[in-house]
Design a protein around this ligand. Structure first.
Ligand code: DGL
Length: 280
């Protein structure tokens, strides 16, 4: 177990439940980059946190802008995209793969793990968050996410696997990703979408809200504003970054003497939106 160093994540996080058998990563070197992927800019919220927590790591980011949004795609399509990107990141010699996309985690984690076949650690964005929330025993948890994530029911399953007393309500909020990708932050359109979704009856009695899409932290201020202090909004990117750090540390894979880290960004389609939003 890890006592995390980040002030927002002070409770214990255990190792990934899906890679539980004893793994040997001694063939990997700390100098290798960390591969991170998402459908678009969303995964940058995770990449940013990784960069903050592990400033000496080399990072390779892949944004699948050609196939965005994943949240609207079939499971088969998401599995196809995710495994192809994973293959690409392995060919780029990554020492760990971070699936910085909830829709990909919810639909393709098993296939990604099969493909990786224990060659490198895989860190996803749902299991560490579900585990942390379940340890902190919040009675009423709400999850907002894409359709592909909500339809999988993975948040509910993962949280209740650890704590069956927690009530979990998931709501699909599909308009948020296009609003973010269009750059509508701090915009009346986004405020009204947020109001419409968060006032849904399903989320009426929640005490904790998980942002179940890596795009959503880009709207965290607006979401917090809606709730005031009534609801705790979980900081998923920081939980995921801490999980990654713990796994690298445990396997002696932390890059500690790299004063000039390299950041490489790959996109399946170079869109104007990506250029604009990624800066934020
Ligand atoms: N950022 C992604 C997620 O965490 C996907 C958004 C999308 O492409 O629909 O689910």
């Amino acid at each position: 177990q890890l006592q995390t160093s980040n002030q927002n994540t002070t409770s214990c996080i255990k190792v990934l439940p899906l890679q539980t058998k004893k793994q040997d990563f001694s063939h990997l070197s700390a100098k290798q980059p960390i591969g991170i992927f998402d459908s678009g800019v969303g995964g940058l919220t995770v990449a940013k946190e990784i960069k903050r927590l592990l400033p000496q790591e080399n990072l390779i980011y892949f944004g699948d802008t050609k196939h965005l949004p994943y949240g609207e795609k079939s499971r088969e399509a998401i599995v196809g995209y995710s495994t192809k990107i994973t293959q690409f990141l392995l060919e780029k010699n990554c020492k760990a793969i971070v699936i910085a996309c909830n829709s990909a985690t919810a639909n393709a984690l098993k296939e990604v793990l099969e493909l990786v076949n224990d060659k490198v650690p895989v860190i996803d964005v749902i299991n560490p968050v579900a585990e942390k929330v379940s340890y902190e025993i919040h009675n009423n948890v709400g999850v907002i996410a894409t359709k592909a994530t909500v339809n999988s029911g993975l948040y509910k399953k993962s949280i209740r696997k650890h704590n069956k007393f927690i009530k979990v309500d998931e709501l699909a909020t599909p308009l948020l990703v296009p609003a973010i990708e269009e750059g509508f932050r701090n915009h009346p359109i986004t405020h009204s979408i947020i109001y419409n979704y968060l006032s849904n009856n399903k989320l009426k009695n929640i005490e904790t809200l998980i942002l179940g899409c890596t795009h959503y932290p880009l709207l965290i201020n607006e979401i917090k504003q809606y709730y005031g202090n009534r609801v705790r909004v979980i900081d998923s990117p920081s939980i995921v970054a801490n999980q990654l750090k713990m796994i690298l540390e445990k396997n002696n894979l932390l890059n500690e003497n790299n004063l000039k880290p390299k950041y490489h960004f790959y996109l399946s389609d170079l869109t104007k939106n990506f250029e604009k939003i990624s800066k934020k």
